[in-house]
Design a protein around this ligand. Structure first.
Ligand SMILES: [Zn+2]
Ligand SMILES: [Zn+2]
Length: 379
């Protein structure tokens, strides 16, 4: 374990004490220790636990006892050495949820004991934030480097101080691992907004991994007919158990199967939720002949190609749409989807959970092909 000097934070002494929580059913009970312990990628293939002093929350911040952080593709691809652009050491992890245990005195809409999930940490004052097009402030969020040398936002930390505006309430009926799906689901809400799905449209989702099945469930919640295409048997089985029409890409050619299922009409919209050149090609072939829309949801390393000439885009009036990330309204929309059980995520979590001490094993598990989300339990 590595100890570092206390991080700078808001003015000390501003926090509002929670009072006694012991009489509440969802009581936190615990008093935060003076240190926070967190998972760090120190180099390719190596995750370990470090600790540093735990700061007090500033007036507009809250202290969170973090309960779970799910391992995103972004994180395990860095662990695999495929996606190292963010550098090391990185206190990564961003799909996290926990319980509010202390609030700064200007925090109005969070109470101690609330379960919250973390949205993106933004400055709230730059041009991008004001216009709702993403924070461009490098001093904050995942691009920042802390004074003690870490990149990342300390997703795999047992305790963390967060800006209150980046915390969104999730009902207690959901486990912390389920609540942590707010972030990936927010990116889905952003993508569906860009794709402009409408009720009664036929949407094909290629890939029944975590992001594919989040997209599929959210599109269904919008009133679409959703067809899922997948190659792996365990993912086909899960997609079917969630009630979707599923094309088994091993036994049928997905594009012609979509044509058959839609009486040759094709899909109004296709969501490519797997990073593969073949999927990119299938999407072009299964979108309806005129005015089809295709959303590219996944990133792959090395980058998959799309081969299409611009005449085809022109004559078919195709829309090729990219998406990545989300803005604050998408996090609230995602929280609504979870809180209203419109999207169910319990089956998107792998059964094996890992305590923080076993974070290296958790990464190894997450990086195995065909896995759904692996959860690191932080408390
Ligand atoms: Zn993620
Ligand atoms: Zn900003």
């Amino acid at each position: 374990m590595i100890q570092t000097e206390a991080p700078k934070s808001g003015p000390q002494g501003w926090m509002r004490p929670c009072g006694s929580l012991s009489d509440k059913k969802d009581s936190v009970g615990a008093i935060a220790p003076g240190v926070m312990r967190f998972g760090v990628l120190t180099e390719k293939g190596h995750a370990e636990v470090h600790e540093r002093p735990l700061p007090e929350p500033g007036p507009e911040e809250a202290l969170i006892r973090q309960e779970a952080c799910n391992i995103c593709t972004t994180d395990y691809q860095q662990w695999l050495g495929q996606r190292e652009g963010r550098g090391y050491p990185i206190a990564c992890g961003h799909e996290c949820a926990g319980t509010v245990i202390k609030t700064g005195e200007k925090v109005r809409d969070l109470q101690c004991g609330d379960q919250v999930a973390l949205a993106y940490i933004t400055c709230g004052i730059c041009e991008g934030c004001k216009r709702g097009i993403g924070c461009s402030n490098n001093e904050i969020g995942p691009r920042q480097q802390s004074h003690d040398g870490y990149r990342g936002i300390f997703g795999y930390a047992d305790y963390a101080v967060r800006p209150a505006r980046a915390l969104v309430k999730i009902k207690r009926e959901l486990s912390p691992g389920e609540a942590a799906f707010m972030e990936p689901l927010a990116t889905v809400m952003k993508g569906l907004e860009k794709l402009r799905v409408k009720a009664l449209e036929t949407v094909v989702v290629i890939g029944a991994g975590t992001m594919g099945l989040l997209n599929a469930q959210a599109a269904r919640a919008f009133g679409c007919r959703v067809i899922v295409s997948e190659l792996l048997d365990n993912k086909i089985a899960l997609a079917r158990s969630l009630g979707f029409e599923v094309i088994d890409g091993k036994t049928a050619e997905p594009a012609s199967e979509v044509m058959r299922l839609t009486d040759k009409a094709g899909a109004d919209a296709v969501i490519v939720a797997v990073a593969a050149a073949q999927a990119n090609q299938q999407a072009l072939d299964m979108a309806k002949h005129l005015d089809g829309r295709i959303l590219y949801f996944a990133a792959g390393y090395p980058a998959p190609e799309i081969k299409i000439d611009s005449n085809i885009i022109h004559y078919r009036r195709l829309e090729l749409i990219g998406t990545f990330g989300a803005e604050l309204p998408h996090f609230y929309a995602a929280a609504d989807m979870l809180n209203q059980d419109r999207v169910k995520v319990s089956q998107l979590l792998e059964g094996s959970r890992y305590p923080l001490e076993k974070i290296q094993d958790a990464f190894a598990e997450a990086a195995r092909p065909g896995k759904y989300r692996v959860s690191v339990l932080l408390n």
